[in-house]
Design a protein around this ligand. Structure first.
Ligand code: PAF
Length: 281
């Protein structure tokens, strides 16, 4: 595995890979952007990228522009040594580890998330967060120029906004959604789970319970969104709930679950940690 820390070097390397002897040219590149503190969820993105491409690039970049003032940028878990080992063991070809100064200059153009979709749900309580996500993803996609890029379904709104950006800017990359990986007890894997105390982790299990209960209601034939979300709120209480929403796959609110076209989304605060999860029905 090659470790590269500058944009210039990575661009040069990828150009040479595609031209080098043994490669026929036009090799497919799978790209997995991350902020580090890798877990099984990230590994499943890497696995999928390896299955579908000749060459896999992973980036680890703790993107400052997607954190609001007072958020957890400074305490976000950093595990460079373990992350490097995991990437190597997972068969990653290039690990890209850029510095902030290599990615951002002082006064520059950036991407604005769409008004209606980028400032609701997580974007409502974190205004501007998705501007930062889209800007860095646009930069990273332009640097790596991958055939396919891999994003987890757990961050469903992020996945939706990135897919819209790729469509709206006529970008030549396939965005591949990958299923959420969970602990045995149902807790969705997240780098932020590291913040949870034992008691908070116990409390956080209510998120998966609420989603499982919603699925069971749907299977019993209850399709009314209000009925389902109010039961979910009951299960999640007394945690602070940012939102519980039932949307279609285009992220529009729907009054009734449409099987095969629905996402049920939850975001709560457990202690001081924001946790989100969802289920695709
Ligand atoms: O999902 C993440 O880890 C980040 O939002 C991403 C896509 C790597 C952009 O910084």
């Amino acid at each position: 595995m090659k470790i590269i820390s500058t944009v210039r070097e990575l661009k040069e390397y990828l150009k040479n890979i595609n031209l080098s002897v043994g490669f026929q040219g036009n090799q497919s590149i799978g790209f997995v952007p991350t902020m580090g503190a890798l877990h099984e969820g990230h590994i499943s993105l890497i696995k999928k990228a390896k299955e579908q491409n000749d060459f896999v690039v992973v980036s680890i970049f703790l993107n400052p522009t997607q954190f609001l003032k007072g958020e957890d940028l400074d305490k976000y878990p950093k595990k460079e040594v373990a992350d490097t080992k995991l990437c190597k063991l997972s068969g990653v070809d290039v690990l890209f580890f850029p510095d902030v100064d290599d990615i951002y200059t002082k006064d520059e153009a950036s991407i604005l998330a769409p008004k209606a979709r980028g400032f609701v749900l997580e974007g409502e309580s974190r205004p501007g967060h998705f501007n930062g996500v889209l800007t860095v993803v646009m930069k990273l996609l332009n640097i790596v120029n991958p055939t396919r890029a891999y994003f987890g379904k757990k961050d469903a709104q992020q996945l939706n906004l990135i897919s819209l950006m790729v469509r709206d800017f006529f970008m030549d990359v396939e965005i591949v959604p990958v299923d959420t990986v969970r602990e045995k007890d149902g807790l969705a894997l997240s780098s932020r789970n590291a913040y949870l105390s034992k008691e908070e982790r116990e409390e956080a299990l209510k998120i998966a319970t609420s989603l499982r209960n919603a699925t069971a209601m749907v299977m019993r034939g209850v399709l009314d969104s209000k009925e389902i979300t109010s039961k979910m709120r009951e299960i999640l209480s007394p945690m602070h709930i940012f939102y519980v929403e039932i949307l279609n796959r285009e992220f529009n609110q729907i009054s009734h679950v449409e099987i095969g076209n629905t996402v049920i989304l939850v975001e709560v605060r457990v202690g001081t940690t924001r946790l989100l999860d969802n289920i695709w029905l």
